[in-house]
Design a protein around this ligand. Structure first.
Ligand code: NOJ
Length: 550
């Protein structure tokens, strides 16, 4: 079969001197669950430091750490009560400095999770703000008087269910919380708030942190008039209640872009840092967060391969994991990206079901090959390199997910379980019972077993990272779709030096592909002898070295 282009044209921009965050692979660590060094059942910074050799062995370029700041833990750290310290459950500032040094020593960067849309209700800023309306910090949060009948100021809903407003007396007003009532939204229209967050960012950047993942960046822009969200015309019985309204005014307004630019300007005060934006929107709206002239997020997260909940559509959009479905997603994303912007991909994070559970274990390998061969920075969620699965529904730990507490939404904690390091007690995660049970007692899903097995997913994951490092075509090359047999997703990654072809059989039946004279350099199925024709087994993928055809 001819490797001819059927989609995006070759010749898109290939960065000449790519930044580390373009070339590299980002690995997300959920600090509660990576490794417990202190012996209290909760993961911590020393635990991560103890496993820096693992991260170096794996070959990742950066760690994105979910929040480690002091927090009452209502939303497991996404409710920050002090932006300039480390929560004692995770260690101390000293531990953070040690971790940065240990990571940098092996050339791995550290990205912190910054939560600027809201604080904890225990943050001193909110404690001052709520005292009375004359307090200088009162306007740092979004307060409104009751309507004449005493009701909440508008119909906005919390992501965790119910009204997004809670009444407090004093000050006799309602405050806005896009999430839990314990997470009041900051008022980004107040310059004092912007300055305070800028100072927080400088505090961490001065300590040598390499950038931020900005939580819910698209929520920073709310309608200044706080107008009611309009009803979703097509809502029908059976769809969740939170889809009854379109979030037209409560988020993704023009000011979100001003604020994103502001955040980026702070990151740009420091050389070689990165700003990632969480933007859970359909791709055509998410890419707006690259910004005019690319002055917002370097990498607005691209959730197209997970599941997105669009603000103005009716349903959950779940990626269609067929060759045709994925090709359409990739080509659409490539087409809507602004010129010169750098793509990124992820298969999930701490808010989504794990990819191996969503797609089934048989597709776990080909899914990782896809993630690590598409054009753009891959972000891998800890444990996915093992094919870790979700804990069974109904599993209970020491804390509860506020989202699941509404009863309408799934429990996100099932995908935040302790990392299974060994076949020993508690998976080698902790000397005591972990804060949340290990997801699976399958010993094949431990680092120990998979490190010892050259045929494991872990070794495949590592080999893919190594291949990206060796071949600029994979790390930074252009993308174009190739003609492919049914069920197979084939694409070229082109670079002036050399090109590679990737063929991913997303179906269960064997398929023949043409190597176009190239040589298989990696297969999800293990070592493959070079041959002019290759039969891909069900759910098998290969990377093929081909000479540049132009
Ligand atoms: C997005 C985070 O990823 C999620 O875990 C959190 O609950 C909300 N933002 C609120 O901060």
């Amino acid at each position: 079969m001819e490797g001819r282009s059927i989609g995006t044209e070759r010749g898109r921009w290939v960065p000449e001197s790519p930044a580390w965050w373009q070339r590299g692979v980002i690995y997300q660590i959920y600090p509660w669950s990576f490794a417990d060094a202190s012996g209290d059942g909760v993961g911590d910074l020393r635990g991560i430091r103890d496993h820096v050799d693992y991260l170096a062995w794996l070959g990742v370029d950066a760690v994105w750490l979910s929040p480690i700041f002091p927090s009452p833990g209502v939303d497991l750290g996404y409710d920050v009560s002090d932006y300039r310290d480390v929560d004692p459950r995770f260690g101390s500032l000293r531990d953070l400095d040690d971790l940065v040094a240990a990571l940098h020593a092996v050339d791995v960067r550290l990205i912190l999770d910054l939560v600027p849309n809201h604080t904890s209700d225990r943050h001193p800023w909110f404690e001052q703000s709520r005292r009375d309306r004359t307090n200088p910090r009162h306007d740092w949060y979004v307060w409104r008087d009751p309507r004449p009948d005493g009701a909440a100021p508008n119909n906005w809903e919390s992501y965790f269910g119910g009204s997004a407003w809670t009444f407090l007396d004093p000050p006799g007003r309602w405050y806005l919380h896009s999430f839990d009532p314990g997470q009041p939204d900051l008022n980004w229209d107040n310059p004092g708030v912007r300055d305070a967050i800028r100072d927080v960012m400088r505090f961490w950047l001065d300590r040598g942190v390499d950038g931020f993942r900005i939580d819910v960046i698209w929520l920073l822009g709310k309608d200044p008039e706080l107008r009611d969200n309009p009803p979703n015309q097509g809502w029908r019985e059976g769809l969740p209640d939170y889809l009854r309204l379109r979030r037209a005014y409560s988020e993704d307004g023009p000011r979100a872009h001003d604020h994103a630019q502001f955040l980026r300007s702070v990151v740009d005060e420091y050389p070689d840092r990165v700003m990632i934006g969480e933007v859970v929107l359909p791709p055509e709206r998410a890419v707006a967060y690259y910004g005019t002239d690319l002055l917002e997020a370097h990498l607005p997260h691209n959730f197209a391969l997970t599941e997105v909940r669009p603000g103005d559509a009716l349903d959950l959009v779940v990626a269609d994991w067929t060759a045709e479905g994925i090709r359409a997603i990739v080509e659409h994303y490539e087409a809507v990206m602004p010129e010169g912007a750098w793509p990124n991909w992820l298969l999930g994070d701490h808010d989504f079901p794990r990819v191996a559970s969503r797609l089934g274990p048989e597709r776990a390998r080909v899914a990782q090959m896809l993630l690590l061969t598409l054009r753009g920075t891959p972000t891998c969620y800890y444990g996915d390199e093992l094919g870790l699965v979700d804990a069974p529904p109904g599993t209970r730990g020491a804390v509860t997910d506020p989202q699941a507490a509404t009863g309408e939404e799934r429990d996100r904690l099932v995908a935040r379980t302790p990392m299974p390091w060994t076949t020993g007690p508690n998976g080698g995660f902790s000397a005591v019972e972990p804060w949340y049970p290990i997801a699976s007692d399958d010993q094949a899903l431990t680092v120990e077993r998979q490190r010892a097995d050259p045929g494991s997913l872990l070794h495949l994951f590592r080999a893919l990272i190594r291949l990206r490092r060796e071949r600029p075509a994979l790390a930074v090359g252009a993308y174009r779709s190739l003609l492919a047999p049914e069920d197979v997703l084939s694409f070229e990654r082109w670079h002036p030096d050399v090109a590679v072809h990737v063929h991913l059989n997303l179906g269960p039946s064997p398929r023949q592909i043409d190597l176009a004279g190239g040589r298989v350099v990696l297969s999800t199925a293990g070592p493959t002898a070079p041959a002019p024709k290759v039969t891909l087994g069900g759910y098998e993928g290969v990377v093929v070295d081909v000479s540049a055809s132009e």
